[in-house]
Write a new protein. Structure first.
Length: 140
C-alpha cells in the first residue's frame, strides 16, 4: 500500500491510499479518482514524504488482503447459489414476497430488489428478510 498526497486543478489537497503506483496511474487514467472537495477528476500527485511499511505492517496488509479475498469468494459462492436456486423477481420483490408470505402463492424461493422503505414495511408486517451484499461476479 502507498499513500499519496493529491492535488486537484483547483489546488485542493487531500490524501489517498493505493495498492501501488500502477494502481494509482490506472485509476487516474480511467478518471476514477476525484477531488473530495470539488469532485473534479483532474488530479495530480503532490510532493510527499515516502512512507515505508515495516515488515509487520506488510504482513498485516497481506493478511487483510487474503481475508478480503476470502470474503469476496464466499459472497460470490452465495450469489451463485441464490441465482441457481431462487427465482429473480426484480423490483416486484415486495409484492411477490407478500404473496408468498400470505400464502397466495405456493412457497417458493425468490430474490429481488426493494427500497429501504419497502424493506421496513415488510419487516413491520412480520416478514423476515435478509439483505445480501451482491458483489460483481466479474474479475476487475
Amino acid at each position: 500500500m502507498i499513500k499519496y498526497n493529491l492535488k486537484c486543478k483547483h489546488k485542493h489537497e487531500f490524501e489517498s491510499w493505493f495498492l501501488d503506483s500502477k494502481e494509482f496511474e490506472k485509476l487516474k487514467s480511467k478518471k476514477m479518482i476525484e477531488c473530495i472537495f470539488c469532485k473534479t477528476k483532474s488530479i495530480e500527485k503532490s510532493i510527499m514524504a515516502p512512507s515505508v511499511l515495516s515488515q509487520e505492517q506488510k504482513q498485516k496488509n497481506q493478511k487483510s488482503i487474503k481475508y478480503i479475498k476470502k470474503i469476496q469468494k464466499d459472497l460470490l459462492k452465495m450469489r451463485n447459489f441464490v441465482e441457481k436456486n431462487f427465482e429473480y423477481v426484480g423490483n416486484n420483490f415486495p409484492r411477490e414476497v407478500r404473496n408468498v408470505y400470505y400464502d397466495k402463492r405456493k412457497n417458493k424461493n425468490i430474490y429481488g430488489k426493494a427500497t429501504p422503505e419497502e424493506t421496513q414495511e415488510l419487516e413491520e408486517e412480520g416478514i423476515e428478510l435478509t439483505a445480501i451484499p451482491w458483489i460483481d461476479n466479474k474479475k476487475n
